[in-house]
Design a protein. Structure first.
Length: 146
């Protein structure tokens, strides 16, 4: 029950608006990412490892194993709450933080679509990395346009 309450609370958090509120230009200098623990929820460790794997496959980012070597830290909470009979609900609120200034430079909130099938851990990781790569590409295009 406690896990369901925490996941419900995560789902109600408001992320920054996709368009105007985030300054994507700060993503231009991010190449090396340290993925921190993503909470104590069920499935948080597998979500973390799947995000790391997808970041490594992205050809845009490198995963580092120490905060000191990172351009940014991926922090937040993500997890999967099993509902039995193969059903699961996933949620995540993730942020990229500049390790020097401790400024949040990117935010993503994942909530499960109503009619979703497949692994929730995979879906959280895929959506997070896809959003990060997309925003980094937009930042690069904006820079070239200026």
């Amino acid at each position: 029950m406690k896990k369901a309450v925490v996941l419900a609370a995560i789902l109600t958090l408001t992320a920054l608006d996709d368009g105007n509120a985030q300054d994507r230009s700060k993503l231009l200098n991010v190449k090396r990412i340290y993925v921190a623990d993503l909470g104590k929820e069920e499935g948080s460790d597998i979500v973390k490892e799947k995000i790391k794997l997808l970041l490594m496959k992205s050809e845009r980012f490198t995963v580092v194993e120490s905060r000191e070597n990172a351009d940014a830290l991926l922090v937040g909470a993500a997890g999967v709450n099993s509902r039995g009979a193969g059903a699961a609900v996933g949620a995540g609120v993730l942020r990229l933080v500049d390790p020097k200034s401790e400024e949040t430079i990117w935010v993503y909130e994942y909530s499960r679509p109503l009619m979703a099938f497949g692994s929730e851990a995979n879906r959280i990781a895929e959506k997070t990395v896809d959003k990060l790569k997309g925003d980094a590409k937009k930042a690069e295009k904006q820079k070239k346009g200026n």
